[in-house]
Design a protein around this ligand. Sequence first.
Ligand code: CLF
Ligand code: SF4
Length: 297
Amino acid sequence: QMDALPDSIREKVQNHPCYSEDAHHYFARMHVAVAPACNIQCHYCNRKYDCSNESRPGVVSELLTPDQAVKKTMAVAATIPQMTVLGIAGPGDPLANPERTFETFRRLSQEAPDIKLCVSTNGLALPEAVEELSKHNIDHVTITINCVDPEIGAKIYPWIYWENRRIKGKKAAKILIEQQQKGLEMLIAKGILVKVNSVMIPGINDKHLAEVSRVVKSKGAFLHNVMPLIAEAEHGTFYGVMGQRGPTPDELQDLQDACSGDMNMMRHCRQCRADAVGLLGEDRGDEFTMDKIEAME
Ligand code: CLF
Ligand code: SF4
């Protein structure tokens, strides 16, 4: 499958543990949790915990300043030789915290030029960030797209914060969907590789995600990652409290199979924390807390 890719794309995929299933056995990634704020509300999120767009809900990550994030990246890269990718994926939305996110990327692109930079976003603030993302040499962007229909979106997103106002319901979902699709098109036009994450929510968007897959594939997204909703009442999310269930493993696999006719599906996602460190599926974050890093110096 990899052999069929053009050289320019193969080069971006082969060392990235999320974009290549083979790579994830050999190459590690780390996240730095520099982005606390968010500009939307998802019904599967409790803001006290990590963004479940990209991270496992219900875990609390250690929030870092950009300066601490650079220190941590250097310490991890010196310890784990397979470290190839640095991602910003929370605990809120990276692009809702542009100063902190871009300061981190700017410093890392100068101080650790061999590390690939990666970012995950809900997409609301993406169009105005594309230019700056491309300046920092970011080849990999993940957009969480749960729907392309505002009717469905209104059941997933109670509100967005947009142009200094809180907007609710279908109107909010419509704006979010338009921004996501516009951001996707702009990234593709720049030659940036885009992965789309979708959270599968039974009874809400499960029947709709094959359509999402078709739409994003037709625009040039490289990979689609359908992740199961994790809703536990004790996480205090709206869905958790309302008793919304997540999909069974069979339901998830059936949907991934149904989408795979149209597009490359990611099947090795581990829904990592916003401060995960190591190979996918291992989490060495506890070895690299800021107090331990400062003690190493
Ligand atoms: Fe991180 Fe995401 Fe970049 Fe990977 S994770 S920002 S693309 S470097 Fe990967 Fe983790 Fe799944 Fe994300 S396994 S949750 S897909
Ligand atoms: Fe939570 Fe992420 Fe949704 Fe923001 S985008 S509400 S942090 S899941």
